[in-house]
Structure formats: C-alpha cells, structure tokens
Design a protein around this ligand. Structure first.
Ligand SMILES: Nc1ncnc2c1ncn2[C@@H]1O[C@H](COP(=O)(O)OP(=O)(O)OP(=O)(O)O)[C@@H](O)[C@H]1O
Ligand SMILES: [Mg+2]
Length: 400
C-alpha cells in the first residue's frame, strides 16, 4: 500500500526519515484499531452466546414440580408430582444426592420426570395459606362468658410462655397441645387470638380445610414447615383451626383425597410427637366435630388438654350482646336482659349477627339510634334463619 492511497487529511511526507517515521506511526494506528475491532468481535460473540442461551432457556419445556417421598438404595428417589401417582426416577448429575430428603421440593424433567434441580423450600406462610399474624387485635374483654374456659386456656398456654421458670421450678412440663371443641360460632377462634395477643407471641394460624383442599400433595410438607417456622419465630403459637378437616377418623382410605388427608394427619402426629414443649411454642387447635376426630390425635402427649366451649348461658349471652353493642348508638332503656333470656341456643356469632341486624333495621328506618323494636325484629329474623337452617340441614345435629 502506498502512502498516496491512504485517505484522510494526514499529509504524506516526502521520502527520507520522515517517511519512515510516518509509516511506523500509521502501522501502530492500524494495529490499535485492529485490537479494538477484535475486542468488539469477541464481545459480540459473547453477547450472541448469551442471547442464544437465553433463547434456549425460554424455549425449554416447562419442568414439573414434585416432592421427594423416599430415597432408594440404588440412588434413585420416589417422587410425587403435583398431579397423579408416585414415580421412581433418576437424579441428574450435579445434584447433591445426599442432601435430598423426603419432603423436599424438586423440579422434574417433563417427560422422564428425572430430578433436574432441587428447589428451595418455599417457607412462605402467606403463600402456603397459613396466616402469620404477629399480633392479633382481639382482647380478653371482647369475650363474653367462657370465664372458666378462658382461665384454663390461659394457664396452659399463656402462663408457660410468660413465666416458664415457674414450670421448671416445679418440674412440670407444660401441656403440648390444647384442643378447643364446641359448636360453631362459640368463640374458639376468638379465644385463640386473644391469648396470642396477650402473650405477644407470633400467631401462626392454619386452616385445616385449606390445608387439605388447596395444597393437595403439599399438606404434609406444609405441616413440617409450619413447625419449623414456629421454632424460628418463637415465642409462637400454632393454631390449627378446623382441625376436623385433617383429623377425621381413618375409616376407609379410598380416594386420593382421603389418602392425602391421611398423609397430612400422619405428618401432624409425627410433628406433635417429635415436638418437645419448651413453653415458647404452643399448639392450639379448634374443632366443632370431636366425634369424628381421630383418637390418635387425642392421645396423651398430643392434644393433651381438651377444653369444651359450650353455647353461652343466659348471663354470658347478656355479656356478649353488651360487647357487640358497645360501639353502636342505642336508645336508652333497652331491655337487654329480656333479649338474653329469649336467645337460648344462639351462639356468640349469632348474637353478634343479631346486633348487626338491629343496627341495619335502624338504618333502614332512618333512625339515628337503635330502638327496642329494632332489636326484637332482628331477633325474630335471626331465629327464623336458624330454624330454616336446621330444617334444610338435618345433619346439623351432628355438631358437637
Ligand atoms: N363468647 C363470645 N363473646 C363475644 N363474641 C363472640 C363470642 N363467641 C363468638 N363471638 C363472635 O362471633 C364471632 C365468631 O366467633 P369465632 O370465630 O370465634 O367462632 P368459632 O367458635 O371459632 O366458630 P367455628 O367453629 O365456626 O370456627 C367472633 O368473631 C365474635 O364476634
Ligand atoms: Mg373458628
């Protein structure tokens, strides 16, 4: 290449030393440019590879999520995918086989169901349906009646939490689990929340029916994680509401759904057994069907305290009505005693509904205050609704 051919405004010197110097400079310039271009090429190659990888990832078939149920001696595992039966599958290279345990969540190949990845456990109670409530707002003074029941609950749950030393001094182990049983709407959930509030404990509420229905195949794992979570967040109270959904008697184990309930129950029993009460984690449960609760759950060492929550007596009904009308604007001279006397058989929840209904009547009549008539009209309505429910639902007699 002759210097004349180079473009640009660089003037080409005549032959001689200047010419040589100019050639050297030009060569260096081109070399620098070449290096720059080479660097660009390699950067673009990297980018290309990255985008190809990304594309491949996006095009990859979805993986199936499964749960390890057992590890076999030959290095394979049995797994349960979220749909359908159990499988025995291989584990892909690069997975720490030793650390794979029953209950772990894994990603499976779509066709061969080989374990491709071990997934982090989603110990996210909100996602999993448990409600973690560091401080429920319910207070003891929101509870009408149930004086003895509440005292018993407090001495078995609140006392060991607030004064663990008293127990160690006397050498008595606090009870592991307390089961509240009683008809619907009698204040079981309310009591559990009020105790949690008084103890400042983390309140982990798990609803039995959700555990079984929503998380098919995951119930057992969830139970295990809940107990772990409770330990981590201690002091804490695990409250299993609607225990009857998990604790139904193991009569015949036919359908997959039944087997699932079974598995969840076994896990729950296992956790209760392996759980050493240290006072800072308490287990409470509530049910309105003690007749169908598995005896295994009620054995000593599991739910070893059972507190019966009855329908409110007249005096308690009066208190409950007063609690629920406290914030309402009510005319003077309402005969609450008469209302309490005429509400035999109504639960706390029914009485609250009665008060709300009376308030609605006042609003409909464009009154600023709730009158006596509003209350008695509401009473009529609530009672009718209850008798209708009994007629259409004869098995209601099974409750409690
Ligand atoms: N003893 C009570 N004192 C005051 N309010 C009550 C009482 N019992 C029930 N209630 C009212 O009824 C509502 C429902 O009660 P709660 O949810 O505690 O019933 P439950 O016993 O858990 O019923 P279920 O068995 O259906 O779960 C409470 O939020 C409260 O407003
Ligand atoms: Mg309840």
């Amino acid at each position: 290449m002759s210097p004349e051919e180079t473009e640009g405004d660089v003037s080409t010197p005549e032959k001689g030393d200047d010419w040589n110097k100019w050639l050297i400079e030009e060569t260096e310039r081109f070399e620098a440019e070449k290096r720059q271009l080479e660097a660009d090429v390699s950067r673009m190659k990297r980018e290309n590879a990255h985008l190809k990888g990304e594309l491949a990832r996006l095009r990859a078939p979805p993986q199936v999520i499964g749960t390890v149920t057992d590890r076999l001696k030959d290095g394979r595992v049995s797994i349960k995918s979220s749909s359908g039966p159990d499988f025995v599958v291989h584990i892909s290279e690069g997975i720490d086989k030793e650390n794979l345990e029953a209950g772990d969540r894994v990603a499976l190949h779509r066709q061969t169901l080989a374990v491709l990845e071990s997934l982090p456990s989603t110990k996210d109670p909100l996602v999993m349906g448990a409600e973690v409530d560091s401080k429920p707002s319910e207070n003891y003074k929101d509870i009408g009646g149930l004086v003895e029941e509440l005292n018993e609950l407090r001495s078995t749950v609140e006392l060991p939490m607030l004064h663990p030393k008293r127990f160690t001094k006397v050498g008595v182990e606090p009870p592991k689990g307390v089961l509240l049983v009683g008809p619907p709407g009698t204040g079981k959930t309310l009591m559990a929340k009020a105790v949690a509030n008084a103890t400042n404990a983390t309140f982990i509420r798990l609803i039995g029916s959700e555990l079984v229905q929503k998380y098919i195949g995951e119930g057992a794992r969830l139970v295990r994680e809940l107990f772990q979570l409770a330990q981590e967040k201690a002091p804490s109270i695990i409250f299993i509401d609607e225990l009857d959904a998990v604790g139904a008697k193991r009569m015949d184990v036919g359908t997959t759904g039944d087997r699932e309930v079974q598995r969840t129950l076994m896990q729950l029993l296992g956790e209760l057994d392996g759980f050493t009460p240290r006072g800072n984690v308490s287990i409470m449960a509530a049910s309105n069907r003690p007749d169908i609760l598995d005896e295994a759950l009620l054995r000593p060492g599991r739910f070893d305290r059972i507190i019966k929550i009855p329908l409110p007596e007249e005096e308690a009904r009066l208190k409950i009505i007063k609690i629920h009308t406290k914030e309402m604007s009510v005319s003077r001279g309402i005969n609450y005693k008469k209302i309490a006397a005429e509400t035999e058989g109504l639960s706390g929840a029914d009485l609250r509904a009665l008060c709300v209904e009376a308030g609605m009547n006042a609003i409909n009549d464009k009154q600023a205050k709730i009158s006596s008539k509003n209350f008695f009209d509401a009473l009529e309505k609530v009672k009718n609704r209850l008798t209708d429910a009994e007629i259409s639902e004869p098995e209601g007699g099974l409750y409690y």
